[in-house]
Ligand binder design. Structure first.
Ligand code: KIV
Ligand code: ZN
Length: 519
């Protein structure tokens, strides 16, 4: 295959993606996702917004130190303190990038910044110069570019390239653009900005009208050389352009777009699962590329066509996005090597100790469940590798209940070396009873904002995956929620584990952070 024009994939799951309500991640989780993004082959990882909080700073700094195969980027508003803090976090990266942004649309100039056009240009130029003083790779984003007057946008872009920006990113911050408009904006920049050849044009689309992927593709068609996107399309409000969708559109329709990315598409499904499990934002079944139904052919006519010739109804081979055709894998008699092999294929790099622990849990599961699917193995891995200090862990429970009566629950929990137990005779049902027992035992009282149960795989003996979102009682409305997840063939046990995992996060607490669009 002859090489086509390269398009860079800039992943912002850890920055814009983390701005999804309820999606905040801890340091270990961010490092795990960063490693998965490296394996996926993205060109740039936007690791966070270093000035936002000490936690954001630490995660950008740790990712910068640990990733060498991709550019690591940190976000900064257009002021010296933000830019210097971003550099402080990025300085040890093998390939650092500072991403500076400033709003340019008339609405933002007038109501948010209260600045004239000249003042905006001067501030943007000063910010880019300051960033270039630290680092040779500087991206500038005129926030709300899609609603910025095109003449002014051309002026800003020319000025920041002169000041040293090596990438100019065109954000559709509020998801307002349409594909033909986005095409026109990129084409205008290419035709009208005299120094445009000195920078890569990037695009960053939000999905408020469900057009983020279409708008990004239109920008690529018009000559954009970088697409900003997130795994599963998570992000501010309705989210960002979905990485897996844009990448597979470019690959599947290479005949049309004539561009290449470096993404290892077989890593798309494992990375999607990892992000869904860590953030607690589950992928809808009908989501393109990574949804559970994306390759399920239900209609008889389609099935008949598929049996005759797959290409009648299939434009992407499931194995090209990392879905195995046969999902049924292991059982009671499977050995450690087979388990290690499946875990590796699913994207989990295990140390010998982690493999041993996974194997022990696998054997316990195999006693409860005849057929162990990929989904079960992924769930065991996810369950195991969340490391939270000082965690309360479930030892066991006894429960009696009958309709119309409050349940009676005896719960045992380990806290460090200690085992504690408690009994309650209250609650609307068994799950409520377990939750009340955990609150009594840990002393942490919460409000439950979300509770979901789903089967990890198929069959009556499938494991239940429970996810909960809690807020400490009395927390301000809209303040951060704490997620927890638990998996077991016993859905009450899974509920108890999920609730305890969330309570552990509440116990550790989290630091307040600044939002990039604030201030
Ligand atoms: O949507 C947006 O405008 C952003 C910028 C910070 C690039 O996320
Ligand atoms: Zn954004």
């Amino acid at each position: 295959m002859t090489a086509a024009r390269p398009v860079r994939i800039f992943d912002t799951t850890l920055r814009d993606g983390e701005q999804s309500p309820g999606a905040s991640m801890n340091l270990t989780e961010k490092l795990e996702i960063a490693q998965a993004l490296v394996q996926l082959g993205v060109d740039v990882i936007e690791a966070g917004f270093p000035i936002a909080s000490p936690g954001d700073f630490a995660s950008v700094s740790d990712i910068a130190r640990s990733v060498s195969a991709a550019t690591v980027c940190g976000l900064a508003r257009c002021n010296d303190a933000d830019i210097d803090r971003a550099w402080e976090a990025l300085q040890h990266a093998a390939q650092p990038r500072i991403h500076v942004f400033l709003a340019t649309s008339s609405i933002h100039r007038e109501f948010k910044l209260r600045m004239t056009e000249d003042e905006v240009v001067a501030r943007a130029v000063a910010g880019v110069r300051r960033a270039r003083g630290h680092c040779g790779d500087v991206e500038f984003s005129p926030e709300d570019a899609a609603r910025t007057e095109i003449d002014f946008l051309c002026r800003v872009v020319e000025a920041v390239i002169d000041a040293g920006a090596t990438t100019v990113n065109i954000p559709d911050t509020v998801g307002y653009a349409t594909p033909s408009q986005m095409h026109q904006v990129i084409a205008s920049l290419r035709n009208r900005v005299p120094n445009i050849d000195r920078a890569v044009i990037s695009v960053h689309c939000h999905d408020d009208l469900g057009l983020a992927v279409a708008n990004s593709l239109a920008a690529v068609e018009a000559g954009a050389g970088q697409v900003e996107c997130t795994i599963n399309g998570i992000g501010e409000r309705a989210g960002n352009c979905s990485l897996e969708e844009v990448v597979m559109a470019l690959k599947t329709r290479r005949d049309y777009f004539q561009v290449d990315t470096r993404v290892v598409t077989q890593r798309l499904v494992p990375t999607s699962r990892l992000v869904a499990n860590i953030t607690g934002i589950q992928v809808p079944r009908n989501k393109a590329i990574v949804g559970r139904n994306a390759f399920a052919h239900e209609s008889g006519i389609h099935q008949d066509g598929m049996l005759k010739e797959r290409s009648t109804y299939e434009i992407i081979r499931p194995e090209d996005v990392g879905l195995e055709r046969t999902d049924l894998v292991l059982g009671k008699h499977s050995g450690r090597a087979a388990l290690a092999d499946r875990a590796k294929a699913l994207g989990y790099q295990l140390t010998p100790e982690q493999l041993q622990s996974l194997f022990e849990r696998f054997k316990l599961l195999a006693d409860r469940k005849k057929e162990i699917y990929d989904g079960d193995i992924a769930a065991l891995c996810e369950d195991q590798f969340t490391d939270l200090p000082e965690r309360f862990t479930l030892v066991g429970y006894d429960l009696t209940c009958s309709s119309g009566q409050p349940p009676r629950v005896r719960l045992r929990v380990a806290h460090g070396d200690e085992e504690k137990s408690v009994e309650v005779n209250a609650g609307d049902g068994p799950i409520d009873g377990i939750f009340l027992a955990i609150e009594k035992l840990t002393g942490i009282v919460t409000v439950c904002r979300d509770f979901r149960v789903q089967a990890v795989t198929v069959g009556k003996d499938a494991q239940a995956e429970v996810s909960v979102e809690l807020q400490p009682q009395g927390a301000a409305p809209g303040s951060q929620t704490h997620r927890g997840r638990g998996v077991s063939t016993d859905s009450l046990e899974a509920s108890a584990k999920a609730f305890l995992a969330a309570v552990n996060r509440v116990a550790i607490g989290s630091q307040p952070r600044l939002h990039p669009h604030q201030g």
